[in-house]
Unconditional design. Sequence first.
Length: 189
Amino acid sequence: MQTVRKKILAISGSTKKNSSNEAIIRFVANSLQEEADVQLFNSIDQLPHFNPDLDHEAPPAGVADFRRQIQEADGVLICTPEYVFSLPGSLKNALEWNVSTTNFSNKPVAIIVAAASGEKAMESLALILTTIEARLPEESKLLIKGVKGKINAQGEIQDAATIRQIEALTASFMRTINAANEIPTKYQM
């Protein structure tokens, strides 16, 4: 029996090119290359500021494309830094464009906050995703403190404990995705 490759949309909360968050996403993509296609959404900084007046049947083109990518994905991976004890504005803005939709309803999601500290960003991101009804098990949440000391200048994760934690999160995330495809939800009936 042939296994169907899963589609994962990865979102980096950092707008910095070659950020620690992108390095972690690349690591996850490489570890999943046999079973999933991981696509990085790299236009988070190009989404317009959320405006309820524009949130209708024909939203701005970039927003419509972003929403389509979420809908088509089997799961969404979010990896973000923490800015001033909160989420980066660009990530919060991207999520706000989905509040009026059911794009995240029962969608398997994994979150990684990779920052100096990160607790407040983790708390905020988990609350937002729970509010928009994402499927986010505890095992699919990871806080990586002191990330700058765990990734080298070439963007490679050097800390063995961090690698094990990411691998455990990735395994949990794939179990959630596979379970979501087997069990009908109230949105699939």
